[in-house]
Design a protein. Structure first.
Length: 189
């Protein structure tokens, strides 16, 4: 069974991976699990309480297909959790590693954005991480796919969903329908 694990932190942006996890679980039968640093319960920016399935430290990258890093204020703070080890292990195991909004900061800190095209909320958003990939930054409003690395600004949960699913070879008429459905309000008149 295909498995997604989403990393959440306290004050995570609950809207950023809700769509991808709902589509994965409801439409595609993908197992969705949630991990937090230390396996501690967290509360989202919107007040949603989550008791995680596991600790970030216990993620077995060989047992998953996708590792998502949900955005939130925690990633931009000086005491941001260091999840580099599991992100690097997932990338090295050929898994999809994806970050949305400030979740891209975790990928940048881990060095995953040093040599691939990527995006975030802005180029300046990534600068404090010390990453070396600024020349590959794409200033665009939708997700960027670079092999199995997916990045997106916080305003792009729909293209983020599509991009992650695409890395699994699930780009089909059904996915195109869902992207159109969820993105319909953003079409220019």
């Amino acid at each position: 069974m295909t498995t997604f694990v989403t990393i959440l932190t306290h004050d995570y942006a609950d809207w950023e991976t809700a769509l991808i996890n709902a589509a994965a679980r409801s439409y595609y039968g993908i197992e969705t699990r949630f991990a937090t640093p230390g396996g501690k319960p967290v509360i989202s920016a919107g007040g949603l309480n989550v008791t995680p399935d596991l600790a970030v430290e216990d993620i077995d990258v060989n047992a998953i297909d996708v590792l998502l890093v949900n955005g939130g204020n925690a990633w931009s703070k000086p005491d941001a959790p260091d999840v580099s080890k599991v992100l690097i292990a997932a990338r090295d195991a050929g898994k999809t590693v994806a970050g949305v909004c400030d979740g891209t900061l975790a990928l940048a800190r881990a060095g995953l954005l040093d040599d691939v095209a990527h995006t975030s909320n802005s180029a300046e958003n990534l600068t404090p991480t010390g990453y070396k990939g600024a020349a590959l930054y794409r200033d665009q409003p939708d997700a960027v796919v670079a092999g199995k690395i997916v990045t997106a600004p916080g305003s792009a949960p729909v293209s983020f969903m599509g991009a992650v699913m695409e890395t699994l070879g699930l780009r089909d008429d059904n996915l195109n329908f869902y992207i159109g459905l969820y993105g319909a309000e953003h079409r220019k008149a």
